[in-house]
Ligand binder design. Structure first.
Ligand SMILES: *Cc1c(COP(=O)(O)O)cnc(C)c1O
Length: 381
């Protein structure tokens, strides 16, 4: 709520929005000293900005990280964290079940620059170990993963990374800063799309990279400054306001999701239900060890494959069809034809993204209203 606040001479209660590209100096000498790093202060918004710095320091405090850097989007955070660690000739190992764009970066973007990558079943530790090569420099995973809500044993993968002298980068979007602290499990770097629960009200894009000061200085500080995926001060200000209610929203959305998941699990038209808070989740033991709460997301398979899933989505009234998640409004999407559309059916099947799969992001509406909406929609499947 308070970490990192920079108050101006007006003593404002709320964080000020410093919508400025640059800063002025009292003298040429001060300007020189600022550029030499001898005079503390801001230079240019591509490097840093007071409102953006407030967001970074508040995120670092929330995550328990030494240092943070904000980026324009979650994908900018993922890309910068990975590209900051590897060089041509290196190798990356990543879990197969990834957000579509994350998988693109690992599978197609990095190889263009001479960085090989291997995708593994993230839940199988033997596969992680077997994929390690002498030139492996980074391991990357998402847990719970999008959209299958598959969970990976982060501490075990962190150990494999350490033995290989590689860096483990974890995309913690689905877990939120509230329910999982990957840094305490041995992760070197955590990334978020702040677009999701951190904003939580569907307004703006943002990302953040959290790690030790050493990691940030060695791998991302200069890369971000010189290549420019900077967060807008306006977005940082919106996200700071989002952080004030993040625990309240995520707690309520998770409670609603748990209730809805239990209700869906007993519905005859639901073929398969995946929810990290339930005992029947395939990695329930890992969840008990590494997460302090479950999820605001639910994955379910309805009868009738793609046609059944479409009938279900089209019949929903309160839930709106949208690929976003973590919003105050409940959203539903068909991953196979949207976020995971560009993969072949075989690859999708290997990722667990079947034609009947739907992903629900539970919002802040009353859970009774959401259940009533699901009930009438399932009746039409
Ligand atoms: C949305 C998302 C991203 C990308 O974030 P943007 O802010 O859209 O760039 C990355 N990883 C996961 C798990 C996401 O859900």
């Amino acid at each position: 709520m308070h970490a990192g606040q920079i108050r101006s001479q007006f003593g404002e209660t709320s964080e000020a929005l410093f919508l400025t590209q640059g800063h002025v100096y009292d003298s040429a000498e001060q300007c020189e000293a600022r550029f030499l790093g001898k005079d503390p202060g801001f230079i240019y918004a591509r490097f840093s900005n007071p409102t953006v710095q407030m967001f970074e320091q508040r995120m670092a405090a929330l995550e328990g990280a030494e240092s943070a850097r904000a980026t324009a989007t979650g994908m900018a955070a993922v890309t910068a964290a990975l590209m900051g660690v590897v060089s041509a000739g290196d190798h990356v190992v990543a879990a197969r079940a990834l957000f579509g764009s994350c998988r693109y970066v690992v599978e197609e973007h990095l190889p263009r620059f001479g960085v090989a990558s291997t995708l593994v079943d993230g839940t199988n530790l033997h596969e992680w170990r077997a994929a390690i090569r002498p030139n492996t420099k980074a391991l990357f995973l998402e847990s719970p993963a999008n959209p299958t809500l598959e969970v990976i044993d982060i501490a075990a993968v962190a150990q494999i990374a350490k033995m290989a002298d590689a860096k483990l980068i974890v995309d913690n979007v689905f877990a939120t800063p509230l329910w999982q602290k990957p840094l305490t499990l041995g992760t070197d770097c955590v990334v978020y799309s702040a677009t999701k629960h951190i904003d939580g009200q569907g307004r703006c894009l943002g990302g953040v990279i959290l790690a030790s000061e050493d990691f940030i200085q060695k791998h991302v500080h200069t890369l971000l400054r010189q290549t420019g995926p900077a967060m807008s001060p306006f977005n940082a200000w919106v996200l700071l306001k989002g952080l004030e209610t993040l625990p309240l929203r995520v707690r309520r959305q998770t409670e609603s999701a748990a209730r809805i998941a239990d209700w869906l699990a007993q519905h005859p038209k639901v073929r398969k239900l995946i929810y990290p808070g339930r005992k029947d989740h395939p990695q329930a033991d890992v969840i008990a060890r590494q997460m302090s709460g479950a999820s605001t997301l639910i994955a379910l398979e309805v009868d009738g494959g793609k046609a059944g899933a479409f009938r279900f989505l089209n019949a929903l009234a309160l839930f709106r069809i949208s690929n976003n998640l973590g919003d105050a409004k409940s959203l539903a999407v068909h991953p196979a034809t949207t976020t995971h559309q560009r993969f072949t059916p075989e690859v999708r099947a290997a990722m667990g993204v079947g034609d009947g799969l739907a992903r629900l992001s539970i919002g802040l509406e009353h859970p009774d209203d959401l259940i009533a909406d699901l009930e009438q929609a399932l009746a039409l499947v």
